[in-house]
Each structure stands twice: as C-alpha cells, then as structure tokens.
Design a protein around this ligand. Structure first.
Ligand code: BGC
Length: 715
C-alpha cells in the first residue's frame, strides 16, 4: 500500500516560526474493522492522537534530508478505532524549517503542511479510506509554541481556538515520500530525581543523576493559571549553581500554565539534553517527586558489554553508552543540548566502530549514509553535516571521509555487503573529489580543513591541534582510497585504477611527510600504514607521550587511533597507561569529575571548577568515546577475521594494570565472550565463541569451533 491518497493540507494560523497548529477530523465507521493503518507525515514534528490516545512516535516524522526525502510513518490503528472517531494531529516546526535557504522548504514549513490517510479493511472484505483533505479542520491548541532548541510553551487552560477549515494544497512533496527507513525513535528509561536542592544562588534544582536526551514529564495538582517555568542544564558550575551558558542560543525551556486540578504534561514536539532542571517558577504544591525524566532515542539494540576490575573505567564505558543513546536520535548528532544537535560527519566517522559494537546500528547508519549520498554533490563533495541544514560548501578531511569509513565499518561489523553496494559510488565520488580539489597531485593538499579538532597541542586560543592539516588530509586520502579498494574487492568490482592511485598517494605521502611530528600524525601514519619505519614512528609516538608528561594530546582526528597505534606496535602497556590515567588530560578525568556522559573537551571543566568556554563546551559529545573500541578489540581481543564475525579472531591483550576484564559482543553469528583474569601469577582466559575462531594467547594460536574454552598462561 502506498501513500498517494490524501491531500497535503495546511493552515495559515502559523504566524510565528514556533507556532503549533492542530488538525482535526472526526469520522464514523459503520462496519466492523478487520485491519486499519494510518499513514501520516508533516513538514515539522507531529503528534497524532486518535480517540484520546497518542499513536505517534516521539518527534515523528524524524530528522531527514528534507529537500530530498519526506519520511512518513505507518501505524497499525486496528485496535484504536471505534464507531465514532476523532484524530487530532498537532504540528510544530521541528527540524523541518532549518533549511531556511530553500524556498520550497520554507513554504512547506510556514503553514505546517501535513498529510495523512487511514486505510481500513472491514471484516466483510470491503475497504475504505479516510484521507486528509479540506474537510479536516485546523486550529490553535494548548501547545502555543515549540522549537527544537528553545523548548515548548503550553497553556492547559486554553481550549482549541480560531477553528477554521484546513486548506488542501498542491505540493511536489509526494514525489519525495519515503516510508521511514531508520530505527524508530522511542521513549526508553524513565528516571526519577536522585536529589533536589537549593543552589548557592537560591535556585530550586532537581538532579536526575544522568545526563540524558529526552524530556521531563510531570504529574501535578495545581490551580488554574499558576505557572511552571523549567530550565534545563547538563552541569553545575564550580560554585554549584545551575549552568546554561554552554547551550549558547538554545533557550531549552518549558513554560507551562496550569489548569485547575490534577494534570500531566510532557513536551510533544521538542527534546532537551540535560541532567538537571531548574524550576524558575512553580506552584507551591509542586515538588521534585512530581517529575520524571524520559530518555528518548532511536531504538537501537544493545550488543556490547564491558566490565573490568576498575570501577572508573567501567563508569567511562557507561558514559560512552549513554553518549551514544543520547546522540543517536534519528541521526548521529554531535551533541543533544546546545543550538547545534547536527549530524556532523566527522563525529560519526570517529565513533562509528565503537558505535557498531555497542549497539546494533546497521539500519541506523544505512539510513544516514543514504542521506549522505543524497546530499553529496555531483562532484562528490561530502558536506560536514548530514542532513545538510547549513548549505555551506565545506569539505574537511576526517569529516568527508565518513563517506568511506562508515560503510566499511558497518560492513565489517555486520557482514552485509548491501551497505557497500549502496554506497560504493558515493565512496568513489569522495575519493575522486579529493583528487580534483587538491593543489598537489596524489596528496590532499592546500585546502581548508578542521584539522585535529580540539587537539590539546593547539596553539593558544585555537580549536585546532597543531598537527599539519595537509598531513592529516593526505593520510585520509590514502585511507579512503584503501577502503574503496577493499569495498570494490568485496563487490567484485575492478579497482585497478584505485590500486594505482593508492600506490602513488602512499609514495608521495612518504616523500612529502617523511617524519610525523605530533601524536596525531604518528597515530595516523601507524594506523593507516603510512610509514616505512613502524618501529621508529612508534618509538617517536611514545617519546611524544612521555615528553609531554605521559598523556595524550590528540583531538578528534588522532584519538580513535592512538591506542591502536601503540598496541599494534609493541606498546600495549603504554596504551593501558593512557587509558587508565585519571589526572587531566585523560579519558577518565571527566569521570573523576562526576561526568555521566563523555565530554567534548578533555578539559570541559577544570579541577578548579572553571569551564573551558561557554562557546563550544558540550558535556555530551561521543567522539572521544571512540576509545572503547580498543577495549573490545584489543584488551578483549575480539575482531572479525571475516566481515560480520563470520570467522572470529580472539587475541586478548591483558595487562597487570587491571585484575580482570570481561567483554561480551552479540554479533550476527551469536555471542562472543572473553574474560581474562590475573590470578596467582597466572592469566586465566575464559572464551566463548559462536563460530570458527582463531584464538591467540600470547605467542600461541589455536583454531577452534563454536564452544567454550579455558586457557592459562604463566605471567
Ligand atoms: C561540533 C563538532 C563538529 C565541529 C566541526 C562543532 O561545533 O560540535 O562536534 O565536528 O563543530 O569541527
């Protein structure tokens, strides 16, 4: 059944950019229903309530590449229909109006266009439809204003008003309709407050104990016209006061006017990134226990679990899991709180491997990569954010390379070549695009880049680490080309052209950049195979770490590869030292500071309680969480020897710095579990594998079948 019946309808009541409009239709059914489905979408975010019951997913129809695709949902409403029925659909601006430079989108967004159709099969075999058309009415309702960044204003004393007929309009949107192809966005955990308190400034604050993405719900008793005003924050400042400056222009507030008596509320067209709420105004009777925080994210299934004898490391892992949930809301976003929340390609590229181990995100990434492909220009230019709401023609190494890195990783983890088939042209186009832009042949040279974003070796006042941008870009040129070759080989394509290209890039790279100079440069050279003297480069990396006081200095670009570059080259213990370091700067520093998600900056909040800057300081950025992939694949040692874990390699690398470590990965082939424990001068390994596996313990290898195995090794 497709979705061509039903007209697009609109309403001129949306005079402000954040007005919410309500469409309504009542209809009778004379016969018994065997099956009924509602197809529905809107140019904004809609909430559909059928006979008093909400049937739509949160934030539907979702965040999409709207100039190219118009997603819609299909709901089974068989059990919700009766003889007399009323559907009520409220539509707020949502993400839709973000394409301010696209006149067609602006037009569709302005009047909150929507389209719906019920398809009904009666028990007697006949069928009926109830489509959206100008018999639907439109009005303003209780939700007066809604905006993704600013929040929602709701007046429970209001009744529907300014009722008018909806207007059927001609649009070319039908040609863009696509049944929503991602993971559903759902409500997940419901968290009760862990505490409430007055800050030194006298603010009444509720702490949910976890930085999260979603919204609050409250159930209160109040008098008509009493007001509730709620602000959201991720963190308290050094003095313990509520801190919202890092939300930048995002107001992230709820304004609620009470009706008389008992009432419940949760936002319907927006979301927030927060751990704390501050009640700026409240009826006297309202108390902390009246509030619940509801976690909202794409319905990705958890597949990866890590536990160790180190409780701080364990909390770091939990922070990474939370960071992924919080930022996997329909598209992989940089952060969920400030006036950004965009599908930054670099962040997704950096975190992709860890993400595919933590959760099953094959469908999630497949959808996002489809959008990336659509947004890529004819010249292969990959935007820095997807969906590309910015329309800024910017290409950056490490960001654009999401086009090659993500499909390859998704294929590696899940073993389904469909993703490579779908993306292969896009992968090639990206590599070709680099070739046409570079100012020197066989390098990615002389172009603008973000560089090693937020690297600690940045010059004073800069966001970019001191690694050479041409070095980084050229390394990614080589890496992306190597991934096109690998993908092409899986697909049976002729990749001779790319093999020749790769050889030339590598040769030119080695002669242009004979010696990596920074931690990030060393990590890239080692991990991407762009050094003729691994031993020397690895030694240099270790020296750079030692010379700066035994800590990392890498930013977005170098961090995912740093631990691998060390452990692949004989420095596993240095990798453990870096990972387990608790003082600033380190992965565990933020945990020691009480973080419940991963910070954007190594020094988001320093030991004196001062913030890095309000300008760019998210406390829920998953990028540096990429390190957990090293725990799965090196410390636990689990890697796919054949894509999709068709054949597995298990080569754990234990360390004395931990008493034990336990990793479980639910692969497409089944559960893989590795536990090692240092005990009585021995390391004991317990390994469970679902399929043919090469196990490597120390210098010995074993070829085994599905089963459980125990090994012992003398220290
Ligand atoms: C985002 C990043 C992103 C970056 C580009 C920031 O504003 O939050 O995570 O990758 O811009 O450098």
């Amino acid at each position: 059944m497709d979705f061509h019946q039903g007209e697009w309808i609109e309403c001129a009541l949306a005079t402000e950019r954040d007005t919410v409009v309500v469409y309504k239709k009542s209809f009778s059914l004379r016969k018994k229903v065997a099956k009924a489905e509602l197809f529905i979408t809107a140019c904004g975010v809609y909430c559909a309530i059928l006979n008093g019951k909400r049937i739509s997913e949160p934030l539907a129809p979702g965040f999409d590449s709207y100039p190219y695709r118009m997603p819609y949902q299909k709901y089974d409403v068989t059990d919700c229909l009766g003889k007399e029925n009323t559907i009520r659909v409220s539509v707020g601006r949502g993400w839709y109006g973000w394409w301010h430079w696209d006149s067609r989108i602006c037009e569709n967004s302005k009047n909150r266009r929507m389209k719906a159709c019920f398809f009904i099969e009666y028990q007697d075999g006949t069928q009926a439809i109830v489509p959206s058309d100008d018999s639907w009415t439109a009005c303003l309702g209780q939700c007066e204003r809604s905006d993704i960044y600013d929040g929602e204003a709701y007046n429970a004393t209001l009744s529907d008003r300014e009722e008018t007929n909806a207007r059927a309009v001609e649009t070319d949107l039908d040609g863009l309709l696509i049944l929503s192809d991602g993971e559903k966005v759902c409500e997940h955990e419901r968290l009760k407050p862990v505490s409430s308190f007055l800050t030194p400034k006298g603010e009444f604050v509720i702490d949910f104990g976890q930085n999260l993405t979603g919204y609050i719900e409250f159930s209160i008793t109040a008098k008509a016209n009493e007001a509730l005003e709620i602000s959201h924050a991720e963190i308290l400042d050094g003095d313990g006061n509520f801190y919202t400056e890092n939300y930048r222009s995002a107001k992230a507030k709820i304004y609620y006017i009470c009706k008389d008596g008992k009432q419940e509320y949760k936002p319907q067209h927006t979301f927030f990134g927060f751990r704390y709420i501050r009640l700026d105004k409240k009826p006297e009777t309202v108390k902390a226990e009246d509030f619940t925080a509801i976690v909202v994210h794409s319905d990705i299934k958890r597949t990866g679990y890590i536990q160790t004898s180190n409780s701080i490391l364990n909390r770091f892992f939990e922070n990474v899991i939370w960071g992924q949930k919080d930022n996997f809301l329909d598209v992989p976003t940089d952060c969920p709180q400030r006036d950004e929340r965009q599908g930054w390609t670099g962040d997704a590229q950096v975190f992709c491997r860890a993400a595919t181990y933590n959760f099953d995100c094959e469908k999630f990434f497949a959808r996002w990569l489809r959008m990336l492909r659509l947004e890529q220009t004819a010249h292969g230019f990959v935007p820095t954010i997807v969906p590309d709401t910015s329309n800024q023609a910017v290409l950056s190494a490490g960001w654009g390379d999401a086009a090659t890195v993500c499909p390859w990783q998704v294929y590696q983890t899940y073993g389904n070549a469909a993703i490579l088939r779908e993306q292969f042209q896009s992968m090639q186009a990206h590599v070709r695009c680099i070739g046409t832009r570079s100012k020197k042949p066989y390098l990615w040279f002389g172009n603008w880049h973000f560089g090693d974003w937020l690297g600690l070796d940045a010059p004073e006042g800069s966001y970019t680490g001191s690694s050479d941008k041409d070095f980084i870009a050229s390394a990614f040129y080589a890496y992306s080309t190597s991934l096109v070759i690998k993908a092409g080989e899986v697909l049976g394509e002729n990749v001779d052209e790319y093999k020749t290209l790769y050889a030339k890039i590598r040769q030119t790279f080695l002669s242009t950049f004979p010696q990596p100079k920074t931690q990030t440069e060393c990590a890239l050279a080692l991990y991407f195979g762009l050094t003729d003297d691994k031993e020397k480069t690895a030694k240099r990396l270790v020296d750079l770490i030692k010379n700066c006081g035994n800590h990392l200095q890498t930013g977005f670009i170098g961090t995912p590869y740093l631990l691998h570059a060390l452990s692949e080259n004989g420095y596993t213990e240095v990798a453990y030292e870096l990972l387990l370091r608790e003082e600033y700067p380190s992965w565990l520093y933020s945990v020691k500071q009480g973080a419940t998600t991963v910070w954007e900056h190594w020094d988001g909040k320093n030991e004196q309680g001062e913030f890095w800057s309000a300008d760019m300081n998210s406390f829920n950025h998953y990028a540096y969480g990429a390190a957990v992939d090293w725990l799965y694949s090196v410390a636990g040692g689990i890697t796919p020897e054949k894509a999709g874990f068709e054949k597995i390699r298990i080569a754990p690398k234990p360390s004395k710095t931990l008493d034990w470590l336990q990793v479980r990965l639910d692969t497409r082939k089944g559960k893989v579990a590795v536990k090692w424990q240092n005990k009585d001068g021995k390391t004991v390994y317990e390994i469970e594998t679902p399929t043919d596996t090469s196990i490597v313990i120390g210098s010995k290898s074993y070829e085994v079948k599905k089963g459980c195995y125990i090994f012992e090794e003398n220290e």
